[in-house]
Design a protein around this ligand. Structure first.
Ligand code: SAM
Ligand code: SF4
Length: 317
C-alpha cells in the first residue's frame, strides 16, 4: 500500500483491549472506562482475519497494544496466530510491564520479538502518582523479566512531562548504561485523557539534549526516533517528538482499535469499521483508510488538543 503522499504502509498497530490494570493520568480517567459489551469488540478470529487482510496489502510489522494487552485472556494465542499470518515478519508488543514477570517467557515463545515497556519515573511515589494505582517495584520486575526472556530488543518508553519527570531525564537515560536496553523519551500529547496537564507540561524532546549534553548522535534505525547514545552506554537514547517536530512524512502505519475501527491517523477522528466483514471487505476498508491518511496530524498543543475523539487507551498508543 502506497498512499497519495508516497508513504509505504507496512506497519499495523493492533489494539486488543481498551482495558488496563493502571490508570495513567495522561491516558485514562481515574474511574477507568465503561467496559463495552463483548459483542462490540473484535473476536480473535476477526483480529486474525484483519491481519491477513492487512498483510495481503503489504503490512509486514505488527505492534500489539491497548489498553494493556497483557490483561487480555487470549493474548498468547493472538500473538501466535497473527505472527503466523503469511507476510508478517515481526510481532512487537507495548506493555506497562506489570504482568511481564509471569508472562515474558510465554510471549517470547509465542513469537513476540521485541517489547516496549512504559516507565515514566524511577521514583516509587511519582510512579504511584502518575499511574494512580501502580507499583514501581512491579514495573521494574517486568523490565528484568523481559531482559531475562531473551527478546531481540527491549525499549523503555518514558513520556516527558514538565514539572513531573524533567528532573529525572538523566536517571531515566542512565538505564541504558545499567541494562542492555534503549530508552525513548516521548513528548506528551494533548489527548482527551491529558486535560489536567497545563502548557508547562509539554516539553520538547530537545529538553533531553539540554539535560544530557554528552549525548552522541547514533545512526537512525528507520524508525521515528532521533537516536543518541551516552558514551559507553549499552543501549540508545531516542527522542520521539510528535508535537514539536512531527514525523508525519515518515509515517508508515495504520491503527486498528479493539472495537474494530481502522484509524488512518492517531489524531484524526476518521474511522473505518471492519466488524462483521469478510477478508475482502476488510481489505477494502484498509485501502479506504489508507487513501484518507492525512499529510500530517495538524497542530498539537495544550490549546489545540488532538482531534482523535477517543482516549489513548481506546485507540492503542
Ligand atoms: N498499556 C501499554 C503501555 O502503557 O505501554 C500500551 C498502551 S499505552 C496507550 C501505549 C503508550 O502510549 C505508552 O507508552 C504511553 O505512555 C503512551 N501514551 C498514552 N497517553 C499518552 C499521551 N497523552 N502522550 C504521549 N504518550 C502517551
Ligand atoms: Fe494503561 Fe498504558 Fe494507558 Fe497507562 S498508558 S493507562 S498503562 S493503557
Amino acid at each position: 500500500m502506497i498512499d497519495k503522499y508516497g508513504r509505504q504502509i507496512t506497519y499495523l498497530r493492533l489494539s486488543v483491549t481498551e482495558l488496563c490494570n493502571l490508570r495513567c493520568r495522561y491516558c485514562m480517567p481515574a474511574e477507568g472506562i465503561c467496559k463495552k459489551d463483548h459483542s462490540q469488540m473484535m473476536t480473535e478470529e476477526e483480529i486474525v482475519l484483519a491481519v491477513k487482510a492487512a498483510a495481503s496489502l503489504g503490512v509486514r510489522k505488527l505492534r500489539i497494544t491497548g489498553g494493556e494487552p497483557l490483561v487480555k485472556k487470549n493474548i498468547l494465542s493472538i500473538c501466535e496466530k497473527t505472527g503466523a499470518v503469511k507476510g508478517i515478519q515481526e510481532v512487537c508488543l507495548t506493555t506497562n510491564g506489570i504482568l511481564l514477570p509471569e508472562m515474558a517467557k510465554d510471549l517470547r515463545r509465542a513469537g513476540v520479538s521485541r517489547v516496549n515497556i512504559s516507565l515514566d519515573t524511577l521514583n516509587p511515589e511519582r510512579y504511584a502518582y502518575i499511574t494512580r494505582i501502580g507499583s514501581l517495584k512491579q514495573a521494574m520486575a517486568g523490565i528484568e523479566a523481559a531482559l531475562a526472556a531473551g527478546f531481540e530488543r527491549v525499549k523503555i518508553n518514558a513520556v516527558l512531562i514538565g514539572g513531573f519527570n524533567d528532573g529525572e531525564i538523566r536517571d531515566l537515560a542512565g538505564l541504558t548504561c545499567r541494562y542492555p536496553l534503549d530508552v525513548r523519551f516521548i513528548e506528551l500529547m494533548p489527548m482527551s485523557g491529558s486535560r489536567e496537564f497545563g502548557e508547562d507540561s509539554y516539553l520538547p524532546g530537545t529538553a533531553v539534549l539540554d539535560r544530557i549534553p554528552e549525548l552522541e548522535p547514533a545512526s537512525a534505525d528507520g524508525g521515528v526516533a532521533r537516536l543518541y547514545r551516552i558514551p559507553g552506554g549499552k543501549g540508545q537514547v531516542g527522542l520521539i517528538s510528535p508535537v514539536s517536530a512531527h514525523f508525519c512524512g515518515l509515517c508508515n502505519r495504520l491503527r486498528l482499535t479493539a472495537d474494530g475501527k481502522i484509524k488512518p491517523c492517531l489524531h484524526s477522528s476518521a474511522e473505518y469499521s471492519i466488524r462483521g466483514l469478510d477478508e475482502a471487505g476488510m481489505r477494502a476498508q484498509f485501502l479506504r483508510a489508507m487513501e484518507e491518511k492525512p499529510a500530517w496530524h495538524g497542530e498539537l498543543s495544550a490549546k489545540c488538543p488532538s482531534q482523535a475523539g477517543r482516549s489513548m487507551n481506546q485507540i492503542g498508543g
